[in-house]
Write a protein that binds this ligand. Structure first.
Ligand code: ACO
Length: 705
């Protein structure tokens, strides 16, 4: 972790570019530090010297007597390097560089020069182009945002400065306490992973929220995120759901790999909760920061209205919440506290005549019953029951649930008095929502966090690949000037990695083709082998289901003719004679290098409609077996593999192994850019599968990971 705690708990802070002019950022930062009760020493630095906001101003940082762990720089870009050099002479450890005007506007060299200077002096740069840093541990508000920040348990890391400043204001309105707020800006040096390293260990931080625009150094980010979610919930908002980032590529895996789809899949793999909006992220953070981890999965809904109860039931299904479903038990538990004309089945309906005492009674029964592990309270405004009574009932129930170590979320719908009650409770940190879905979604986030922790496995299986075959085959292709492997070469590599391929041979002439077909056994398939033809079917280079010797002879002549007609200059190496693969579930398995996350694998429904169906999901490598199963489960291919309408279950183990083997092959050499098996035909359990068509693309240069 290094000494990153000095950034959050500095012994002394210098503000370089501190000013007496209230309109300047250097003034505002110093003002915030002084006003918010920072516990260490504060040193304004300004070439004019004198006094700023009642503090002695130093002409240079190097003139400061005491230790300075953090120097916040707010001088114009043209003076920034000089200020960093001054900090180096002083022995500063961390520099939040507020200044804009670097790589974000194309001034990359100056930014690099600053990083180099800092590195040589053992200093780290946060930013540039940031609004600063807040840390509750040292009561340091080193930002030029709002003065008032409530200390608490939510850490926010944001790539957008303007949004971050707005979020500070919003957290105050929403009564969300912050443990830290860091703006990362251009991330020229310190990035999210460095900050996560600190926040994972930081006991004050119960939830981490991140606003991300783009990811670099993805492999490290993934491993840090995986460590973080083992310990505490991580909520991410990422902008840019567009397909713009998708790379034009020659493989399906490439064209299906929209940058946002990959981001989404990888966040699921890491157990991160991805929020669609800032509002949702704030709701989750607020709830997760205070909710106890449920001791089990049984949730009960308690309501005074049937309609709202059904809505909550729907929402539970959507957000993966398990409703307690034991009518005998719920009758025993809730019978004594439910009116005769109500319902003791889940959702428990206290009916429109319910009083605040009825709510307290039912919620107490839920809070104290060991078979119930969480609850959703619902209230629709009626004239029978005053809002004050409701507010007090919710408050009491919240305390009861907290005392019993179970989460409770409440949704209350009605007029102004109800809204006032929600606001009053919100200020006290009691989670009440107007919208049922918002309430249930928060509880869902708690269960997802728990499920993920339970599922986490850190064993990465070792899959063997054959380095001699890989090196020789790729070397040969590169010698020929090709950036792809021929079908037989791709097959050799896939087979050597343990992937089950159809039996096949490449025939150089008709006699060899006939003898190959007899050896393999009919029916067979014949496919042209040519470095000039990437899409064989388009060139008439594939003939299926050949039943005998005569059909093989006809197919040989047909393929040769069609391919020459398709392109007379085509060079044909031979024709591959292949086992005709029997029918099964057609899936696709791919692997490629993503510009943000490095090596990734893909799985989904395969066959010729793959790009229309777009039923694929991704995972970053390396992959545990559990993560490979999670990948399969994320697609609609999964129910097909389980077997529909009385079909037998398919060989899911073969799919898992193939995904791991394809991943291992990609990682075995940086010369492979894309691998794709489409279709991987999967048979009934125990009968394996066949990788019918394998394609491998090569890089023209070594890729750095
Ligand atoms: N050491 C110390 N002080 C110095 C130095 C130096 N080497 N050089 C200049 N100063 C002093 C100046 O004399 C001045 O003090 P004064 O008011 O007493 O004269 C002070 O530092 C500030 O310098 P100015 O030239 O007045 O610069 P100004 O404050 O106008 O702007 C700033 C500096 C804020 C860094 C500007 O260049 C900038 O980058 N603004 C954008 C910041 C930003 O938006 N960051 C991203 C935030 S996120 C978001 O989008 C909201």
């Amino acid at each position: 972790m290094g000494d990153i705690e000095h950034l959050f708990e500095p012994r002394g802070v210098a503000v370089i570019g501190a000013s007496n002019s209230p309109g300047k950022i250097g003034y505002k930062i110093l003002h915030n530090i002084l006003e918010c009760g920072y516990k260490g020493k504060v040193y304004p630095v300004n070439p004019k010297g004198g006094e700023i906001l009642g503090c002695k101003a130093y002409r240079k940082a190097e003139d400061i007597e005491g230790p300075v762990d953090v120097a916040i720089i707010s001088v114009p870009a043209k003076f920034a390097l000089e200020a960093v050099e001054d900090c180096a002479r002083k022995g500063v450890k961390y520099i939040p560089l507020i200044t804009s005007g670097f790589s974000e506007i194309g001034e990359i060299e100056l930014e690099m020069e600053i990083v180099k200077t800092a590195k040589q002096a053992g200093m780290r740069i946060l930013g540039p182009n940031i609004f600063g840093i807040y840390s509750s541990r040292s009561s340091l508000n080193g930002t030029f945002g709002p003065k008032d920040i409530k200390p608490g348990h939510v850490a926010i890391i944001t790539q957008s400065g303007a949004l971050g400043i707005a979020m500070i204001g919003k957290t105050a309105v929403e009564n969300i306490g912050l443990s830290t707020m860091v703006s990362v800006g251009n991330k020229c040096d310190i990035d999210e992973s460095d900050l996560l390293d600190y926040l994972i260990e930081d006991e004050q931080t119960k939830v981490i929220m991140m606003y991300i625009e783009g990811v670099s150094k993805g492999s490290r980010f993934i491993s840090t995120l995986k460590r973080a979610t083992k310990v505490k919930p991580v909520v991410v908002i990422k902008s840019g759901r567009s397909e713009r980032g998708a790379q034009a590529a020659a493989s399906h895996t490439g064209s299906l790999a929209g940058s946002d789809d990959i981001f989404d899949s990888v966040m699921k793999q890491c157990g991160v909760l991805r929020a669609e909006s800032i509002k949702t992220a704030f709701n989750w953070c607020k709830f997760l920061a205070n909710a106890p981890e449920p001791p089990g999965r049984n949730v009960i809904i308690i309501t005074n209205g049937g309609g709202i109860g059904v809505m909550a039931t729907d929402a539970c299904e959507k957000f993966g919440i398990h409703l307690y479903d034991d009518p005998e038990a719920t009758k025993r538990i809730f019978g004594p506290v439910t009116p005769d004309f109500g319902s003791t089945k889940n959702p428990v309906d206290l009916t429109g005549g319910a009083s605040s005492e009825d709510y307290i009674g039912a919620l107490k029964a839920a809070a104290t019953n060991p078979d119930i592990h969480g609850a959703i309270g619902l209230y629709c405004e009626t004239a029978l029951f005053d809002a004050k009574g409701l507010t007090s009932a919710i408050r009491q129930s919240h305390e009861m649930f907290a005392h019993n170590g179970k989460p409770l979320v409440f949704s209350s719908l009605g007029g102004k008095t109800i809204q006032d009650g929600i606001d009053e409770l919100g200020k006290e940190g009691v989670p009440v929502f107007e919208d049922v879905y918002e309430a249930v979604e928060c509880l869902g986030a708690v269960f997802r966090t728990k499920e993920h922790k339970k599922k986490m496995e850190s064993f990465y299986p070792e899959i063997l690949t054959n380095s001699t075959i890989i090196t020789e085959t790729i070397g040969g292709a590169m010698y020929d000037g090709r950036n792809f492997l021929l079908a037989d070469e791709a097959k050799k590599l896939l087979e050597s990695s343990g992937i089950q391929m159809p039996k096949s041979m490449v025939a150089k002439d008709l006699a060899q083709a006939v003898s190959a077909a007899e050896d393999i056994g009919y029916p067979v398939v014949m496919k042209v082998v040519s470095r000039d033809i990437l899409h064989k079917s388009d060139a008439g280079g594939v003939v299926l289901d050949l039943q005998n010797r005569n059909e093989v002879i006809d197919a040989w002549e047909g393929i040769m003719m069609s391919c020459k007609r398709y392109d007379p200059s085509t060079r044909i190496t031979g024709i591959e004679v292949c086992e005709m693969v029997k029918k099964g579930v057609e899936t696709i398995v791919g692997a490629r290098r993503d510009p943000s996350f490095g090596p990734i694998v893909m799985f989904g429904m395969g066959g010729i409609y793959v790009e229309v169906l777009k039923d694929v999901a991704f995972r970053a490598l390396p992959l545990t077996r559990a993560e490979a199963i999670g990948l399969i489960k994320e697609t609609k291919a999964y129910p097909l593999l389980l077997g529909v309408r009385g079909e037998d279950k398919k060989d899911i183990d073969t799919v898992v192994e193939t995904i791991l083997q394809v991943g291992a092959l990609l990682q075995s050499t940086s010369l492979i850019t894309d691998i794709e098996i489409n279709p991987l035909v999967v048979y009934d359990q125990g009968q394996g599968g066949r990788a019918v068509d394998g394609r491998i693309l090569l890089s023209s240069k070594e890729v750095k990971e």
